[in-house]
Design a protein around this ligand. Structure first.
Ligand code: URA
Length: 259
């Protein structure tokens, strides 16, 4: 990307204001103080246009720290239990787990879909509206895998019921798309969904007379939550990881840690 003639350009004060560093006037003061450095040289003039290339954070510092990631940011976060995927609800929010300045970004970071407050695991965030829509669009067929722990033993007919494509959830009239299920043991299983209805996994198991006691998402498309990413941690996605979201997963779906 470095030096690409196609990279969009932005005035320095606009770029940094959009990344949450302060108002344009405040950014102007930072520049005049010599605190904004590109390719080793301080930029005193905040009117100057800069090419917003993917490598800008490696080439630019603000007050001695690498520039925050420019727009086009996509990240994974290991959602812990008890936080909400919302910008405005009461209680701890997922955005509170990110660097404080990132909450002032424009375009804003949003979660790609949601997990319930009491569901843990892989959640993606981005400021790229096109990526967000591509991941959630039913046409993209991005599958999501959940590890489920149940209150009561499985009866044995759940795999057939969930894969039938005929199960209708309470209060709905359209049957669910077929769901893949791998049984780990009497009360634990993985399910892979190809759509995302409200509280879908909990309602599916309620429909067969069971109750979900723990729910954890560990894969979206071909992208797994790394074991090295602790709860509450996040990591910026590389372009090849974003591409993995849209990779088929049929060959390796059964991640059965069977008993
Ligand atoms: N299904 C649920 O019931 N909850 C989630 O958070 C995700 C899928």
């Amino acid at each position: 990307m470095s030096g690409s003639t196609k990279a969009p350009t932005l005035r320095l004060d606009r770029l940094l204001a959009n990344l949450g560093y302060g108002s344009r006037r405040e950014v102007g003061l930072l520049a005049r103080a010599g605190l904004i450095v590109i390719d080793g040289a301080p930029i005193a003039d905040a009117d100057r246009r800069v090419a917003v290339t993917a490598d800008l954070s490696a080439r630019m510092t603000v007050d001695g720290e690498p520039l925050d990631p420019p727009p086009g940011l996509a990240l994974m976060l290991h959602k812990p239990l008890g936080v909400t995927c919302s910008h405005k609800e009461a209680g701890p929010l997922i955005y509170g787990l990110l660097p404080e300045r990132w909450r002032r970004r424009d375009p804003a970071l949003s979660t790609i879909g949601r997990l319930d407050k009491e569901t843990s695991g892989l959640i993606l965030l981005t400021d790229d509206g096109a990526l967000l829509h591509r991941v959630i669009s039913p046409r993209s067929k991005v599958a999501k895998r959940y590890q489920v722990s149940l209150d009561r033993p499985l009866k044995g007919d759940e795999v057939a019921i969930f894969s039938s494509g005929t199960l209708v959830l309470d209060g709905e009239d359209k049957p669910l798309l077929p769901v893949e299920m791998q049984v780990h043991d009497g009360t634990r299983a993985a399910v892979t969904l190809h759509e995302g209805r409200y509280h879908q996994v909990r309602r599916m198991f309620a429909a067969v007379g069971n109750h979900v006691v723990a729910l954890h998402r560990d894969r979206i498309g071909g992208l797994e939550l790394p074991e090295t990413l602790d709860p509450s941690g996040h990591r910026i996605l590389q372009p090849q990881e974003v591409a993995r979201l849209f990779e088929g997963h049929d060959a390796d779906t059964p991640a059965v840690k069977s008993a």
